[in-house]
Design a protein around this ligand. Structure first.
Ligand SMILES: [Fe+2]
Length: 385
């Protein structure tokens, strides 16, 4: 018997015990072979994990065989060109996983609800910036909190955030993501409920200054002129000026001004250092960078969480509040422990031990049982399967 997160359930798995709702009503008896419809039913009732008969699950060898078969078929169906890499790329697996997430009922619900929340946020911010209407922070908090589903795992949540980014890349959806990621980090830091609420508002408002930047500059795809670049770098100050006279927590105002500052003084607009940075600003800075890296860009695919961890490790812990960044990266890495991954040479593996000194380079086990310590190997994790 093995407990499996609902999002990882596959048709063909057999339930090891009776599946019940929170109120104790049985919805699927023990010994049932799961179908897509039954999995949707489990998702519908918000059940986060279920017990599965391990003998009904694919072995590592079977997974490897399936992956190999998929790759062989892909190669057979693709005409060879001079540019084709000799090692098959694996985004196909990631796409398949991403499609599974997108097809799930919980994702569709989240997607719909987050669109509603994003619209509410846009309406309020535009009303405030363009027409001077007061923002209703109670309403904003209420709609954001409606996105938080009890029993949902962080891994499911991050999966949904990543997949949403390819749908909506606006300032408003970015701000909502930053608010939600900041809240998760604030929770990991054991902040109080009131601080978490204020942090959510700080996340929602952190980029409000971008609304003062002409859209043709903000959304420009080509290289920015020096003047346009300066205009973009002005948005923290513009944001602060917009909200500085509001009767709100001062940490929210500071987050708008300081979220691009870095602890070592390399940020902007004031090149402030850690001594003058507010804790909210330092949390928002991490969430902001994380969300930007996991978003798809025209020039690169979204980075998988381990690539993001690697980027943060490369960038240097001195740029961020070390305690906050370590907590954030450790919790994310731990979330994916035991997950299957694809390495950059196309092989499937499983994370079996995290390396505390290099979180992006854990010990992984290949399907033939051999292990690779990524900390002493040029290989790296390319995607989560
Ligand atoms: Fe910003």
């Amino acid at each position: 018997m093995k407990t499996i997160n609902t999002i990882e359930l596959r048709p063909g798995m057999v339930t090891a015990g009776s599946i019940k709702t929170r109120k104790g009503q049985e919805i699927i008896p023990a010994g049932t072979t799961l179908t897509k419809q039954l999995i949707s039913r489990i998702e519908f009732y918000g059940i986060g994990a279920v017990s599965i008969d391990e003998t009904s699950m694919l072995t590592e060898e079977e997974v490897q065989a399936a992956l190999q078969a998929a790759m062989t078929q892909k190669l057979a169906n693709t005409p060879k060109t001079a540019e084709q890499p000799s090692v098959p790329e694996t985004p196909k697996n990631e796409v398949a996983y991403s499609q599974q997430v997108k097809r799930s009922k919980s994702f569709q619900e989240y997607s719909l609800n987050s669109t509603l929340v994003t619209n509410t946020l846009q309406k309020q911010l535009e009303g405030f910036v363009n027409e001077g209407k007061p923002m209703d922070f109670d309403e904003l908090l209420r709609v954001v909190k409606s996105l938080i589903t009890p029993g949902q795992t962080i891994i499911q949540y991050f999966d949904m955030l990543h997949n949403l980014r390819s749908i909506d890349d606006s300032v408003y959806s970015h701000s909502l993501n930053v608010a939600m990621i900041s809240r998760i980090l604030g929770k990991w830091l054991k902040w109080s409920g009131d601080d978490l609420d204020q942090l959510v508002i700080a996340g929602l408002l952190h980029d409000i200054g971008k609304m003062k930047i002409p859209p043709e500059v903000l959304n420009k795809e080509g290289k920015l002129t020096d003047e346009e670049f300066e205009m973009i770098r002005w948005h923290p100050r513009a944001g602060y000026d917009l909200i500085k006279d509001l009767n709100i927590d001062s940490r929210i105002k500071k987050a708008a001004l300081q979220h691009h500052e870095r602890c070592d003084g390399t940020g902007y607009p004031e090149k402030a250092t850690v001594a003058s940075l507010d804790e909210f600003s330092m949390v928002i800075a991490i969430a902001d960078v994380y969300d930007a890296m996991t978003a798809a860009r025209k020039y690169r695919a979204p980075l998988c969480p381990f690539q993001v961890i690697r980027e943060f490790e490369r960038d240097g812990f001195h740029k961020y509040k070390t305690q906050f960044l370590l907590t954030f990266l450790q919790r994310i890495a731990t979330t994916y422990q035991n997950n299957r991954v694809i390495l950059n040479d196309g092989r499937a593996a499983k994370i079996i031990l995290l390396n505390q000194n290099a979180l992006s380079e854990p010990l992984v086990q290949l399907n033939d049982g051999s292990c690779i310590d990524l900390a002493s190997s040029p290989l790296y994790i390319q995607s989560i399967v």
